[in-house]
Design a protein around this ligand. Structure first.
Ligand code: MN
Length: 730
């Protein structure tokens, strides 16, 4: 173990920071460094080194992720609130409120208790952490903290190794993935795998070790082959070859029941280019150089992944029959892929006075920032805050289960979300061990326990105003309806009489023995008390009840007017029937409102196509094109139903195109280029050679209507060698 020399550590650290951001404010960062060293003075890690080495390492990772000065300072200080007697106020005074808030956020995340949960709960826990973080930098620093802890896990007890690794695999790696920080995600997964399945881990590393020389040679040769060829074609690019990360190999082994030696595409190459057009050019050239593996081409440029990842992926067969994957992307896409949301900070312009050499190096980043020009710096920063779960709050039960409730929810909502019996017998609540009022707004991460009593008198009417969730409110109303009929009748009658008086309706008119049967029939009740009870528990308003009863009295009282009223009623009824039917997903089904609609996969109808519906057993109505073979062939005539497109159709419909063409290289690229040029929303594009001189390709894409689809087909037909394009299902 090397002795810790603060001056040396500072020098190394400074180097890392400046390498990643030449404009970093070293003055402030150095102050934070000294502050952390002093605050953690005397504290040791499990391996005997000074505790502060951990926070310095986490800050170095934050710097490598490209985070800003505030984040690097906060990372240096991320454990001072939890582990030293430094206060929030001190941090805020010395380093500003932003830094103090970030450190405070990281501390809160660290306090969340984790236990292994079922998958649905796990997703809630991930959301809880993201929601608690508020500022996305909090979660990124937490990832840096966890990454360093995992790198030094060998000094911990086996129990701790296991529980931290599971937490990393189930919570932190998926969060890193969601934020698009793939580099951190890959390393977290590999480190966790080492402890979760040491045997599987070693099986892979041993095999890779044996084949390392061959593969390294292969990687180098391929890098050069591809770079040379691109240079000849006049395309500027950088090629990086690498082995895939261990956990991705591991997952493949287990998903496909293969041994390591049976997994071929262990190698992957990234070709990084300057502009979008070059991506498709490189793809075409790669497919000319090597034979593509059918069905492996994916265009994540026109259809990015949910975490904004963009790239073209293809798998090809290299020399000696070794398959490998190629990812093609621009530098901008590359930064987003490696650092995700963190990429937004990387090289964010520092103080003015750039050094000469920086200009070229940062040109592409300027372009990236320019594309964001219309949003000013402040908005840009706001966009990066985590507000995706603003309408939800996540809390724990005493057993460690996670409950998701509407934002602003109270212990009442929590109690009813567990069980109505818990809510109805609730007499008090504790949050994190402390008694709170039942109107306390729950905070993310709170541990909530409900005190119940069998002698409880039940919920109070005020609770209806305090509860935030529909679930709690309807359960409270149910209780009043059932348990408190007498009280409801009493209260409801008072409200009813007051309303009747207000509109000038005498109670004697209502209780008139001639009139009462008509009224009861109209209200569909046995006795007037039922109406009062309903008003009392809140199922009906007094004005609604009085209004209907008054109508009924008028109708029955004057025969002359009665016909007039009846005519009016009839006209209203007719209007009711004629009112436009409600369309579902842009389709009107004759005689059916709101039924489940499903677009058939065999013929993928889109607006503009003549269509017909088929009444499925239990799955609603499936929509086919009228020229679909399944419609023409089917004899079960009774189950076909008339359907039409609504005047206004909803957004997009999935359609399929089948292309047959002469077999030739560059075909897929031509197709992709045209689709890209038309801004087509492509979901997948698969092509394979039939071996009989033709290539067949299937494209799945989202279109607005048949017209748009036809435009695409017309354009595709101009491609050299195309023999036929059809929509399938015929
Ligand atoms: Mn830490």
């Amino acid at each position: 173990m090397e002795a810790f020399v603060p001056e040396q550590a500072l020098e190394d650290f400074q180097k890392t920071v400046l390498e990643n951001n030449p404009h970093a404010n070293m003055e402030r960062i150095r102050q934070a460094f000294d502050f952390a060293v002093a605050a953690h003075e005397g504290q040791k890690r499990k391996d005997g080194s000074p505790y502060v080495t951990h926070t310095i390492a986490a800050a170095a990772i934050a710097a490598e992720m490209g985070l800003d000065d505030e984040s690097i300072i906060a990372a240096l200080l991320h454990d001072v609130l939890e582990d030293t007697d430094t206060s929030y106020e001190t941090v805020s005074e010395k380093f500003g409120k932003d830094v103090a808030d970030i450190v405070d956020g990281v501390t809160k995340l660290t306090r969340v208790q984790y236990s292994s949960l079922e998958e649905r709960q796990m997703e809630n826990l991930r959301k809880m952490l993201l929601a608690m973080a508020k500022d996305i930098r909090v979660i990124l620093i937490k990832l840096a903290d966890r990454l360093h802890n995992m790198r030094t896990m060998q000094y911990q007890t086996p129990e701790k190794q296991l529980s931290k690794s599971r937490e990393t695999m189930e919570i932190y790696a998926p969060i890193a993935h969601r934020l698009g920080v793939e580099k951190v995600k890959d390393e977290l997964e590999d480190l966790a795998l080492l402890y979760l399945d040491p045997v599987g881990y070693r099986e892979i590393t041993n095999t890779l070790e044996k084949r390392r020389l061959i593969m390294e040679q292969f990687l180098q040769e391929m890098e050069k082959t591809i770079e040379d060829r691109m240079a000849k074609e006049g395309i500027k690019c950088k090629v990086y070859g690498r082995l895939k990360h261990l956990y991705s190999i591991y997952r493949k082994m287990y998903a496909q029941h293969l041994g390591v030696e049976e997994i071929f595409d262990l190698c992957a190459f990234r070709v990084i280019v300057d502009g979008l057009a070059d991506c498709y050019n490189v793809l075409g050239i790669i497919h000319e150089m090597f034979r593509p593996v059918p069905g492996r081409f994916k265009d994540y440029i026109s259809t990015p992944k949910p975490n904004n990842y963009q790239s073209l992926h293809t798998t090809v067969i290299g020399t000696e029959g070794i398959p490998f994957e190629v990812q093609i992307r621009t530098w901008e896409m590359h930064m987003t892929a490696e650092y995700g949301v963190a990429a937004h900070w990387k090289y964010k312009s520092g103080p003015s006075g750039h050094k000469e050499g920086d200009e070229e190096k940062f040109a592409w980043i300027r372009r990236l920032l320019e594309s964001q020009q219309d949003s000013d710096a402040q908005d840009f920063y706001h966009d990066l805050k985590v507000d995706m779960f603003d309408d939800e709050v996540f809390v724990f039960t005493p057993n460690g289960d996670v409950k998701s409730l509407p934002a602003g929810a109270t212990p009442i909502d929590f109690a009813y979300s567990i069980h109505s019996a818990v809510g109805n017998r609730m007499v008090g609540a504790k949050v994190n061990g402390r008694i709170v009022p039942i109107s306390y707004p729950l905070q993310n991460g709170d541990i909530v326990s409900i005190t119940t009593s069998n002698s409880s008198a039940g919920p109070s009417r005020d609770w209806l105003n305090i509860a935030k969730s529909g679930e709690a409110r309807s359960k409270i109303k149910q209780w009043f309806k059932r348990e408190k009929r007498e009280e409801n009748i009493q209260q409801g009658r008072e409200m009813f009489e007051a309303e009747a008086k207000r509109v000038g309706l005498a109670m004697t008119d209502i209780t008139d023995p001639e009139m009462l049967p008509h009224i009861l029939k109209r209200m569909a009740v046995q006795e007037l008390d039922d109406v009062y009870a309903s008003i009392g528990y809140g199922g009906m308003t007094a004005s609604h009840a009085v209004g209907r009863i008054r109508d009924e009295i008028l109708r029955n009282r004057a025969p002359a007017k009665k016909t007039e009223l009846e005519k009016m009623q009839e006209r209203a009824d007719r209007r009711q029937q004629q009112k436009p039917q409600k369309a579902v997903q842009g389709v009107l089904v004759e005689g059916l409102d709101n039924c489940l609609i499903k677009f058939s996969r065999c013929c993928t109808p889109v607006p503009g196509d003549p269509i017909v519906g088929f009444i499925t057993r239990g799955l609603g109505v499936s929509i086919h094109r009228r020229d679909c073979v399944n419609y023409k062939r089917d004899t079960d005539g009774g189950r076909w139903i008339k359907v039409t497109w609504a005047e206004e159709t909803s957004d997009f419909y999935t359609a399929e195109l089948h292309i047959t063409s002469d077999e030739r290289s560059g075909l897929v690229m031509d197709v992709a280029t045209i689709l890209n040029g038309l801004n087509a929303r492509v979901r997948s594009l698969n092509a394979r050679d039939t071996g009989k001189g033709t290539t067949v390709a299937a494209i799945t894409l989202d279109v607005k209507n048949a017209e748009e689809l036809q435009t695409i087909v017309n354009k595709l037909q101009t491609i050299r060698g195309i023999r036929d394009i059809n929509r399938g299902g015929v």
